[in-house]
Structures are given as C-alpha cells and as structure tokens.
Design a protein around this ligand. Sequence first.
Ligand SMILES: [Cu+2]
Length: 502
Amino acid sequence: MTKSVESRREFLKLVSATAGAALLSPHAATGAVRTYAQDSPGSTGNGPADHVLRIKIVPVELAPNRIVSLTTYNGQFPGPLVRLKEDQAVTIDLHNDTDSPEQLHWHGQLVPSDIDGSAEEGTPFVPPHGQRRIVLTPRPAGVRFYHTHVRAGANLSAGMYGGQVGIVYVEPKQDAGRYDREVFLLLKEFEPTYSRGGDMAMDFMAPAAHDKNLESQGESAMKASLAKGTPHGFEVGYGSFTINGKMRGHGEPIRVKQGQRILFHVVNGSATEIRSLALPGHTFRVLALDGNPVPNPASVPVLWLGTGERISAIVEMNHPGNWTMGDVGDDDRQHGMGIVVEYAGSTGKPQWTPPRAFRWNYAHFAKPGTPAPPDPDETFEMLFEKQNAADEGFNRWTINGTAFPNDGMGSPTYHLKEGKRYRLKMRNASDDIHPIHLHRHIFEVVSIGGKPAGGIRKDVLMLGGYQSAEVDFVADNPGLTLFHCHQQLHMDYGFMSLFEYV
Ligand SMILES: [Cu+2]
C-alpha cells in the first residue's frame, strides 16, 4: 500500500473519530495535526470568495402543501447555478452548517483529488459547522454539476437523497451554438421510501441484446438466493418528482415564442433513478452528452439520462400550444416529473402526448465510420455482480468479486502510469442498468453491446442489464481517482473502485 493511501486511511479514521473537531489535512506528510483554515489544500488569501456554497437544512416547497426538509446549498433547491469560465481559477468557500461531515464533488471536472470532493480520493471533509476554501480551475467547458459525495447507506435523508445538487456551467472560450436562450433543467425526486424490488425501466435502450453468459450467471445467482428464502434486496421509491425543485404545474412555465431555438441543459440529479424527458410535438437535437460536444448531433423524440448524466439539446419551437414537457413514465409524470412549456398567446390546460416509439442509443451521436480508437496500453476487465440482499437487506455489489468497503477505506485496485491509455472492459452480470462514473477524467466510448460507438466523450455511461461496454481514458490527471456506479444504493453497497497513479 502506498504512503498516500496510508495517510488517507489514517485521515479518514481520524475524521470519523473526531467529527466536529478541527479538520485535518490528509496530506500532512509530517503527520502533524494542522487546522483546516490554515492548511486547506488549495486555500488562498483571506478576501471574499468568488462563490460561496453553504450547506444547510431548510424546508423546501415542492408544491403547495408539499414541503420537505432538505439539506441544500444556500437554502435553496436546486443549488445556485454556478457559472464559471473555462481555465479561469476561482475561489469557492464551502460552509457546512449541518452536524455531519460533508463532501462537495465537482462532477465532470478535471480537478485535483484534494478538491474533487471524494473522501475515498483523500479530499478532506468540510467539517460540521466548519468551512473550507478551495481554488478551482474550471475545465472543460460544458454542463457539469456539483453534489454531495457522502455515503447515505440506510439513511434516506443523506447523500443525494437530499437536496445537495446544483448545476455548474463552464462557459467555453468561444460559444459556437446558435440559440436564442438557454434553459437549465434539473430532474430530481424526493420523499424516498424503501421498497422490495424495483420498477426500473429496462426496455428503452439499444442495442437490447443480452449477453447469454452474463444472463445465466446473474439469473442463477438470483435464483439460488431466492431459493434460500431471501427476499429481494431493498430498492428506493419516491413520493414526489420535480423539475427545478417544483412538481409539475407548480413552477414557472417555460415561456417561449414560435420560431425560437431553446438550448436545454438537462441534468439528472436523482440519487437512484433513470429519467426520460419528452416535449410533445417537438424533437431534441442533441449537441452534447455530459457537457462534451458529440461527433454527430442527431435529433431524437425523447432524452434518457441515468443518474449523473447531462444532455444539452436544442429544441426549435415550431409547434405552438401549451405543453407538458415531462417523463414518459405516466406515474412519475403524474406525480410531478414535468414542466409546462407555454407558447406566447396559447391558453388552456397543458397537453401531453407520448413520443413515438424510440430506443435510446448512444451510437446515434457517434459518426458512422469513425476509425476505432488506438489500442490501449492496458485493458482492465471488470465484472459487475449483485449479491441479493447480502448486506443487511441491501444488495451488495461487487467488481471482480470485491465489494468496496462500507467505511470508504478501500485500497486502489488499478494502477495507472501517467500518459498511458487505458481501456475498461465492463461486463454487467445483473439485470440492473448501471450509470458508471469515472472521476477527474473523461472517457471515450469504444463499444456498447459489442457495437462500435467511437468518439463519444462522457463521464457517466449507462451500462445495460446483462450487457458489456468498453471505454477508454488517458491517465492525464495524477491522483487517486474514484470509479463507481452513480446509483446511490449501488455505490453505497460496494460498487466502487479506486485507481491510483504509480
Ligand atoms: Cu449501479
């Protein structure tokens, strides 16, 4: 085990033993205890910060008489839209007004491990009733977001079940887009409760073919567990569904005029759910996935996003009326997952019609005939498996047979050399879709279900049930790097791994 891992481990132990005490640096090479304000990695100066994010618990009104208590940023949900300029460093003060240590993760940005917001990577916690100043150089341009990165486990008010989610827009140096207006949409559910067995939409993705070996492997494991009398592991369902923190019909409508081109930036801020979005009579021209421009901007009738995914898409307002833009799932839309799009001069109740049958396929946005990426320097094979209800009633998730420890103190499994190109060959022996996320790097999709999909750059990829996918990344950002499924229940119960640079 490397020294940095040892010090991280010691640090994490200290933090959990002394939550509430002065925060310690995980990188204190001498072992000396230093207070946080004096030795915050990346801290600078005493002047006012460019941005302040304050973690606090407040009541949030999702609809009249529908008020929930949420841990938020700055007392609002969603957290404030943070607009940054590519490569222009900013200071950000993180305050924690709660009683629990917190982490703020800069999802999709190429930042150092000590500010990335993951304790597993060695980022110090923002202590309870404490603060931390960081300096962040935003990159790359595009839609990123920020959210908490603490383990929730069985606590359905912690982690991403609460309101700690906000959008970051890193403005490009040159904005190539032609549009009249930008609209940011954050999709998020609240009032989580446990259930047994999920209702995850499974049939929306293409390619749809299952890998027979993965399927028989997953199914025989499940059968063996159920045969022993074990019930299905816990899943989580929700009582309220929101766009930008309001249930359908209770927020401000998106007011448009015929002929306008609206650039929607859609973020799935859900803890656990895959979301869809459609606007009756309109199509989405997808320009970027996870903030990164796609090789082939294609038009689609519906967007699908796993947790943590973002899509930027232009909609031409060419179908006047009063519409519900919402989830294609009737139940979720009726429980709030929608927003009204109102053309100037239109009256009457907002209308919904389902989109035409369509399968979501990342390869739509790849350019046909794109040459295969260069051979990697090394390939890591990863097999994802579920152990039904194995961890106090929760499903345990393993990568190559190993679950990441629940205390966050796992050792790095994968060793990287700076500048080398790595391929992750991922195989899913479960029937769940996993939105797979890599921190601090952007990967390039190589193939999905055995079909090439080159040129698409992302940081979250939905891996279908009993399917395989390959992604490549270049090790260009030294430091501990977390890899995990973005589904909160999955990451909290083992579906994580660490990469280190050696
Ligand atoms: Cu998962």
